[in-house]
Design a protein around this ligand. Structure first.
Ligand code: SER
Length: 332
């Protein structure tokens, strides 16, 4: 199964924070016409819309997925559609429906249509308060307290089941919080680490919804894209794990992040007003041991906090100067 080539790709959640940049990276690599962006509501902004096909699907409705797979002769899926941790606590039933039924539909479609490969991300949300908090090992306690985390653990197990039982080539990583300058994240606990940059550029101040001493594992988008593409390129035979790779780049507190931004934005003020997301953040690890990813497919991150902050602020300040700090919101 691993020797077949990925030629016709479908991305679910293509308008989301990761999906939007991943779609463009895949189009760069495989050609715009060969990468079908999909979402369930608003059509994408001009960059996504003009660089290749877009189709409406609802991952929780299998027939909508099947139709697009058949229409575009799809052989590979990057399944990025998901309800994240904060919205998942507000709407746990929706979170289960989208994350679990959506994944089940993708895996069943992969089996029925004999797809070459599937990518399905997991998250640091798979961990919980009983998990070792520092250098969290690859094999460890998975007892999350959020519905999002429950769906991620169940999803990892389901993906690995499809690898063993049905020979479906499914791969995935436990993304840390992802920081990016293009599409805003929606409904996650780690969103403060993105919002802080935007607000620093626009207002010179930010009110953070977690405490100053809250430390979480984070990663800059170029590294997240590299990890995704590299894992999908890896030789299947060299993989011991499949759907649950720990992945790390950097860890810092909200206060350290604010201090780094202050080096570029003098006088930047950050205040802290923790809300319900504090408890979610407190249930996740502070740092991650990603040695399995390093050994099995050569994972190595490029960005640390300083390099990421320089790049983020450079991009956002240019957009702010052009009056386009906040890109067109896209809710698909
Ligand atoms: N960034 C996600 C969230 O905060 C974690 O995977 O929900």
């Amino acid at each position: 199964m691993s020797n077949k080539q990925m030629k016709r790709i479908l991305v679910t959640g293509a308008c989301g924070q990761i999906g939007s940049e991943l779609t463009l990276a895949l189009r760069e690599r495989y050609g715009g016409a060969n990468v079908v962006a999909t979402g369930h509501r608003t059509p994408p902004g001009p960059e996504l819309r003009d660089s290749g096909p877009f189709e409406f699907i609802n991952v929780a409705r299998r027939e909508t997925l099947d139709e697009v797979i058949a229409k575009h002769d799809i052989d590979t899926i990057y399944h990025m559609a998901a309800i994240l941790s904060a919205v998942g606590e507000e709407k746990p039933h929706l979170c289960w429906d989208v994350n679990m039924n959506g994944l089940y539909n993708v895996l069943e479609a992969a089996r029925d249509h004999d797809l070459v490969r599937v990518f399905c991300p997991s998250s640091i949300a798979a961990f919980g308060p009983e998990t070792p908090r520092y250098d969290t090992p690859q094999e460890t306690v998975l007892r999350p307290r959020t519905m999002y985390g429950v769906t991620k653990v169940a999803g990892e197990l389901l993906c690995d089941y499809y690898v063993r039982r049905f020979n479906v080539d499914v791969r995935g990583v436990r993304y840390p919080g992802i920081i990016s300058a293009e599409t805003l994240p929606g409904g996650g606990t780690t969103d403060y680490a993105v919002a802080i940059y935007y607000e620093a550029v626009e207002h010179g101040r930010y009110t953070c919804f977690v405490r100053e001493d809250t430390v979480l594992p984070m990663m800059y988008m170029p590294d997240a894209l590299k990890a995704t593409l590299d894992l999908m390129d890896a030789d299947f035979g060299s993989l011991v794990h499949h759907s649950d790779f720990n992945l790390a780049a950097m860890s810092f507190s909200a206060g350290e992040l604010a201090a780094e931004i202050r080096k570029h934005v003098p006088g930047f003020v950050c205040e802290y007003q923790p809300d319900f997301r504090q408890a979610i953040a407190d249930s996740w690890p502070r740092s991650i041991d990603d040695s399995a990813a390093r050994q099995e497919w050569g994972w190595e991150p490029a960005y640390d906090l300083a390099a990421m902050t320089t790049d983020m602020l450079d991009r956002l300040q240019k957009r702010h100067a052009a009056g386009q700090l906040y890109q067109q919101p896209c809710d698909c």
